[in-house]
Ligand binder design. Structure first.
Ligand SMILES: Nc1ncnc2c1ncn2[C@@H]1O[C@H](COP(=O)(O)OP(=O)(O)O)[C@@H](O)[C@H]1O
Ligand SMILES: [Mg+2]
Length: 345
């Protein structure tokens, strides 16, 4: 059970501002994902919470108490790294039991066995307890690394891209397991990643990090549907949001100082050619099909030299060169200023 707060935390390395005036409140039992590209300050943020780095300014609070000066080992947080580091000379059991056998813990051997078996069951690793750590697949090693954090029952889990070294299938499996684990153990988890699928599937709330700054924080739906800036809008969505020049639109209906108009591919309305253009839609445009992928239901259209990506349904078929009537509904358009900030409408 733990709350984590960052209050105006900054951390520099020489001239580089790794974390820039960052404030976040993570609630007890919340799963918060910090999403950002490489160099955004994700690892540094976790290291500051763990006490492996000290902030230059601001405070880290754990359960309401300022953690400055509290040694990492006293913070009761578990750090799970991108590169799992198991003890190669120990079995899976030995690796899982290791944190419990520290002199400070003084757990009984029966207690250790019970805890290790409970965690192994959660992670579906019971049959592998006697394997040497080196005789495991990458996915199994990462499970053991997660298990080693779980046995300690820490207040907070800090996870630094824990799935990024696994292949796509394993990543998906472990992602689902992590979500299930979070439900079961009800822990506070701060998880960082550059992968938007992980972020949107795992998070109660996503914080978008960019150059050490928190651009936006909210539920996946809030950040996706209501991005505060162009960089937040581009961070979520696959295929990505369409960015269009304002010259394609009727300026009478556009807010002043619009530099970019954006629309999600699924918000583009494709009209059925058999029903005539657009059931009388006022805003129908005719665009030319550049490319169509029946596998991904993706349509790429040409609008005055600008590629526009739309998603469509499996039943429809398109061929390059064909003309398609589309609407870009006003309620789906997002407007941004030249500095990237969203213009409220
Ligand atoms: N120990 C360090 N010394 C110097 N620069 C660092 C150190 N740790 C991180 N940085 C720099 O701080 C910035 C943020 O790094 P990091 O927190 O690792 O980002 P991320 O995990 O999002 O990729 C980067 O520009 C990185 O090069
Ligand atoms: Mg990192």
């Amino acid at each position: 059970m733990a709350e984590i707060q960052l209050r105006n935390v900054s951390k520099r390395f020489g001239d580089i501002v790794a974390v820039d005036d960052l404030s976040i409140d993570v609630m007890d039992c919340e799963f918060v994902v910090l999403l950002g590209p490489s160099g955004a300050g994700k690892t540094t943020t976790l290291r500051l919470i763990a006490g492996l780095e000290q902030p230059d300014a601001g405070d880290v609070l754990i359960d309401g108490a300022i953690a400055t000066g509290v040694h990492p080992s006293e913070r009761d947080v578990a750090f799970i790294f991108q590169q799992y580091s198991l003890y190669p000379h120990l079995t899976v059991f030995g690796n899982l039991a290791f944190p419990l056998r520290s002199p400070r813990r003084r757990s009984s051997e029966a207690d250790v066995r019970a805890r290790v078996h409970a965690v192994a069951e959660m992670l579906h690793m019971e049959s592998k307890l006697d394997n040497m750590a080196t005789h495991l697949s990458g996915g199994e090693m990462q499970r053991v690394a997660i298990g080693r954090a779980l046995v300690r029952q820490p207040k907070v889990f800090l996870m630094d891209e824990p799935l990024s070294s696994l292949d796509a299938k394993l990543r998906e499996e472990l992602r689902i397991e992590l979500k299930r684990l979070h439900r079961t153990i009800g822990a506070t988890i701060i998880y960082v990643t550059h992968d938007q699928v992980e972020a949107t599937t795992l998070a109660d709330r996503i914080g978008i990090l960019d150059h050490g700054r928190l651009v936006q924080i909210g539920t996946p739906r809030e950040v996706y549907g209501n991005p505060v800036s162009l960089s937040a809008a581009q961070r979520l969505g696959s295929p990505p949001i369409n960015l269009l020049p304002p010259t394609l639109f009727d300026s009478a209906h556009m807010p002043a100082r619009t530099a970019t108009v954006a629309i999600r591919p699924e918000d583009i309305v494709l009209h059925d050619p058999d029903v005539g253009d657009a059931r009388g839609a006022q805003d129908a445009l005719n665009l030319t099909v550049l490319e169509y992928s029946p596998l991904r239901h993706l349509l790429i259209l040409d609008r005055a030299g600008t590629a526009v990506v739309a998603t469509t349904i499996a039943e429809r078929n398109f061929s390059p060169g064909q003309s398609v009537g589309v609407s870009l509904p006003a309620r789906s358009l997002l407007y941004f200023r030249a500095d990237g900030r969203r213009i409220p409408t």
